[in-house]
Design a protein around this ligand. Structure first.
Ligand SMILES: [Zn+2]
Length: 97
């Protein structure tokens, strides 16, 4: 079943990045928020876009998974700088076995 996409939906989507950036004026934001409360289609579009933007914009460095980070370091040729001495207890276990 196709969702109903109104003229407002199309305009909203055209303005979406401005809306998410808080660049639209308050009256327009309110109109959009009111519309989002009733329009499932736009809510999904806004949610998805918002999540995608947040992922790329605000992801802190430590959110990068460890193995990805290691690959990056390797790829960038930074291995020698980012190779800390293993904790002594780990080193000890390795030596014993
Ligand atoms: Zn809509």
């Amino acid at each position: 079943m196709q969702p109903t996409v109104s003229q407002f939906c199309q305009e909203l989507i055209a303005q979406l990045s401005g809306f998410l950036d808080g660049e639209l004026d308050a009256a327009l934001c309110q109109a959009i928020e009111r519309h989002l409360a009733t329009c499932r289609y736009c809510r999904v579009v806004v949610d998805t876009t918002e999540k995608t933007l947040l992922l790329y914009r605000d992801a802190p460095a430590e959110a990068v998974p460890r193995d990805v980070h290691a690959h990056l370091i390797k790829a960038l040729g930074l291995e020698s700088h980012a190779n800390p001495t293993p904790p002594s207890h780990l080193l000890h276990t390795t030596v014993l076995h």
